[in-house]
Design a protein around this ligand. Structure first.
Ligand code: ADP
Length: 450
């Protein structure tokens, strides 16, 4: 096992990685920007190095600075967390070239899955269902229109190198598609540095269901069940649950098998997530693979009892994963994660600022992953996620009850947060019934303002 790990990230996920390292007796190095000197991950790590200015491109995205920090401190491995450099194949390659270990998959696997148009083709070769759409990138407006005519509208144009819910354009007819084509390419170029787009059939009321994968260097590839992530706003997840009430045991087996095949096809090692869309008729389709630990990993941890960060460290160091072998994964109880963002619960405007008072809820079935503390000033430069409130109960009903009381016990003064929004969602009949799809939030917001 490693004796020292550098964490190329900040905030709650850096704190989560430190926790896993502590339990394994691994020393930790935090890196931080000028704006993050007081961030909790810096306080908790054994050592810390300032690597640049407030803007991420001068610090958390500065490959040379991160690598230098690892070399100066004698770290043997780098955990990228999520976001920032986590899915940057070039970074993973440099880490390995410098004789360090990247805690994640190989650069080749990151590269393969990072090109979403290519990933579609590769997984379909492995027999995994994909949505009707382009076989790779689509290069002209006319090709897009011809293909859409064949598969039928609506269709969606997506950036091949996209992520974070950005760079997607929906079209209901040829006129819209012609207009969307240039816009989508321009947006993709601006946001991801590459204008390549691909096209697929747009499902009108799907669920977003994703499977957690673990794969070690000894050839073992398993899935740990699914997460239901249909509660999204502008394609960004707000609430995640495990298990999904939409899946039967048979569907879990079938989709889980497809996720494992996907990982095998990519020669994937470490933790990853295979995302699917589940249509209302029960058909499922591969959407993309995320080659990193995800924000919503705690719900899987709560229903499986597996510490995913610990497994990531074991796997990266060459050990076998420690998950006991069993025939079929059966989730225990039900878990729900509420993303607490520093934002206005009604307008969704960012609300950075100083935490005047803070009290986290506890008690049965409640977990909080956060980097907040009383007196901390949230800098305006980064993602608005400040805490993840995760609850676990014997069934969905109990999880919702716990969620509600935990949200009431969560006290954050000084900034606005999305906690109030979650509390409202938990009282919404449609949410409670579980008959949700990816457009739930649009309907909810409409109901709320009616
Ligand atoms: P990103 O990597 O940017 O998050 P994804 O491919 O994971 O993009 O898609 C994000 C969300 O966009 C999905 O969860 C779903 O709500 C919506 N979406 C993407 N593709 C489709 C599609 N073909 N049909 C319907 N909804 C889609």
């Amino acid at each position: 096992m490693f004796s020292k790990v550098l964490i190329a990230n900040r905030g709650e996920i850096a704190v989560r990685i430190i926790a896993a390292c502590r339990e394994l007796g691994i020393a930790t190095v935090a890196v931080h920007s000028d704006a993050d000197t007081d961030c909790l991950h810096v306080r908790l790590a054994d050592e810390s190095v300032c690597i640049g200015g407030p803007y991420a491109n001068t610090s958390y995205l500065n490959v040379t600075a991160v690598i230098s920090a690892a070399e100066i401190t004698g770290a043997e491995a780098i955990h990228p967390g999520y976001g920032f450099l986590a899915e940057n194949a070039h970074f993973a390659e440099i880490v390995e070239d410098c004789g360090l270990t990247f805690i994640g998959p190989s650069p080749a696997a990151i590269r393969l899955m990072g090109n979403k148009a290519q990933a579609r083709r590769v997984v379909s070769e492995a027999g995994v269902p994909i949505l009707p759409g382009s076989d790779g990138p689509i290069s002209s407006r006319q090709d897009a229109v011809d293909l859409a005519k064949e598969i039928g509208y609506p269709v969606i144009l997506k950036a091949s190198f996209g992520g974070g819910g950005r760079g997607m354009r929906l079209a209901w007819n040829a006129r819209e598609l012609r207009a969307a084509f240039d816009t989508a390419r321009n947006e993709a170029e601006k946001a991801f540095g590459d204008p390549t787009v691909y096209l697929e059939k747009y499902l009108q009321a799907p669920r977003h269901i994703e499977f957690q994968i673990l794969a070690d260097q000894h050839g073992r590839v398993i899935h740990l069940g699914e997460r239901e992530c249909s509660i999204q706003r502008r394609h960004q997840k707000l609430i995640e649950e495990a298990p999904s009430i939409a899946l039967t045991r048979e569907m879990r087996t079938e989709m889980g098998q497809a996720a494992v095949e996907t990982a095998r096809k990519a020669r994937y090692v470490n933790a990853g997530t295979v995302e699917f869309l589940l249509d209302s008729d029960g058909s499922f389709y591969f959407m993309e693979m995320n080659t990193r630990i995800q924000v919503e990993h705690p719900v899987t941890e709560l229903v499986t009892g597996v510490d995913l960060l610990r497994e990531q460290l074991l796997i990266a160091s060459g050990e076998k994963m420690s998950v006991p072998r069993r025939k079929q994964i059966s989730p225990i109880g039900h878990a729900i994660e509420f993303r607490i963002n520093a934002e206005d619960p009604v307008t969704f405007a960012p609300s950075p600022g100083k935490i005047q008072m803070l009290a986290f809820p506890g008690g049965p079935g409640v977990r909080v992953d956060s980097h907040l503390y009383g007196g901390y000033s949230i800098p305006p430069y980064y993602d608005s996620l400040v805490a993840k409130l995760v609850v676990h109960g014997k069934d969905r009903e109990e999880a919702m009850t716990r969620g509600r009381r935990a949200l009431e016990m969560l006290q954050i003064e000084g900034i606005k947060t999305s906690a109030a929004l979650h509390h409202e969602i938990l009282q919404d009949e449609e949410y409670r019934s579980g008959a949700i799809d990816t457009h739930f939030m649009e309907r909810f917001i409409e109901r709320r303002s009616a």
